[in-house]
Ligand binder design. Structure first.
Ligand code: NAD
Ligand code: IPM
Ligand code: MN
Length: 350
């Protein structure tokens, strides 16, 4: 028993819609005696457009005092002249991931029973991507010179530190060691990005000696796209850098039933700050405000959240309810966002 302090950032577009359903499910899934004390934060496009604030330091300090964060999505309306691309993505989402040291971006991919993959014969797909969350080309280490002239130069330098690579690689090995197939695949581009590639490959080789039961595989990122489309069942645990992991996990979502099902956790395994759980998808401005979004990814993200907090049974109950709901879905069904949430919450409640 006890209480869990949960920071909730619904965000933009479909973010608040899917988060409402995730909270509905969390409420019924909470173990007996455990209360989720929620603090809602109105961060996102609306606040930025009204006040110019993205993530004030005082708000970040408050969020830090929570046990976990549930996030919907960030990103305003496309081509809004008052909201240049990146303001919210970098200033809110990435700032949270960096400041809270979410170095493990955990993105499981499974084809659940009854879910149709666009692949004719995908096989038994059940892998997890451990995407590095604090480095790579995401750090903002770059700049532009002579902007708007024919001599413009733009750089986004990928940052890879020995410290950052070893900690995420070690986490990925530990996850692989706990899974039946015990296989780890490094996805990179060591044939071209030789400096970072060499660091990642040497790190994998070194950490492998600590995990003699884990089989190690390596695939270049371009070929990994081939295998995701032709033989996704070959993957067990994939470890990769921040940008490769971003791209890879949208394709992984697409082959396992769609972006509406893909959950993620931005995890700080050392527990020095709250971890953050969110669907892999964005704010989907094309369907926002219409109750058309599938809240399943957000709901499965609460299963990851519960598991992270040590409530394994509650996490499994949420996942089981989702699996049951998915198995019963009619092809072409047009349930509203809230109807999907209600149905899954009812199954959790039993
Ligand atoms: P997106 O994931 O928002 O949408 C891509 C496509 O998937 C759209 O057609 C959308 O309608 C559909 N889709 C997404 N989620 C769905 C759901 N739950 N149910 C049904 N359909 C769904 O990606 P985008 O269009 O590239 O980005 C839109 C905005 O979101 C941008 O501002 C982007 O920066 C931001 N973004 C934020 C996050 C995040 O907050 N974690 C993730 C990705 C993109
Ligand atoms: C995701 C998103 C984010 C990312 C963007 C919005 C910063 O695409 O969570 O996958 O690239 O990590
Ligand atoms: Mn993405």
């Amino acid at each position: 028993s006890g209480s869990v302090r949960l920071a909730v950032i619904g965000g933009d577009g479909i973010g608040p819609e899917v988060t409402a359903e995730a909270l509905k499910v969390l409420e019924v899934a909470a173990p007996d005696g455990v209360g989720f004390e929620q603090t809602a934060y109105d961060l996102g496009a609306e606040r930025y457009l009204a006040t110019g604030e993205v993530l004030p330091d005082s708000v970040l300090a408050e969020i830090r005092e929570h046990d976990a964060i549930l996030l919907g999505a960030v990103g305003g309306k496309p081509n809004d002249p008052n909201l240049p691309p990146g303001i919210l993505e970098r200033g809110l989402l990435l700032r949270l991931r960096f400041e809270l040291d979410h170095y493990v971006n955990l993105r499981p991919s499974r084809i659940f029973p009854g879910v149709t993959s666009p692949l004719a014969d995908p096989g038994d797909v059940d892998f997890v991507v451990v995407r590095e969350g604090t480095e790579g080309p995401y750090t903002g280490n770059g700049g532009a010179l002579r902007v708007g002239t024919p001599a413009e130069i733009a750089t986004e330098v990928s940052v890879n530190t020995a410290y950052g690579v070893q900690r995420v690689v070690r986490d990925a090995f530990a996850r692989a060691a706990r899974r039946p197939r015990k296989k780890l695949t490094l996805v990179h581009k060591t044939n071209v990005l030789v400096h970072a590639g060499s660091l990642w490959w040497r790190t994998v080789q070194a950490v492998a000696t600590e995990f003699p039961d884990v089989t190690v595989d390596y695939i270049h990122v371009d070929a990994a796209m081939i295998f995701l489309a032709t033989d996704p069942a070959r993957f067990d645990v994939v470890v990769t850098d921040n940008l490769f992991g971003d791209i890879l996990t949208d394709l992984a979502a697409a082959i396992t039933g769609g972006i509406g099902l893909a959950a993620s956790g931005n995890v700080n395994p050392d527990r020095t700050s709250p971890s953050m759980f969110e669907p892999v998808h964005g704010s989907a401005p094309d369907i926002a405000g219409q109750q058309k979004a599938d809240p399943t990814a957000a709901i499965l993200s609460t299963s990851l959240l519960l598991d992270h907090l040590g409530y394994a049974d509650a996490a499994a109950a949420v996942e089981d309810a989702v699996v049951a709901d998915l198995a019963d879905r009619e092809p072409g069904s047009t349930r509203r966002t809230s109807e999907v949430g209600d149905a899954i919450a009812a199954r959790v409640a039993g």
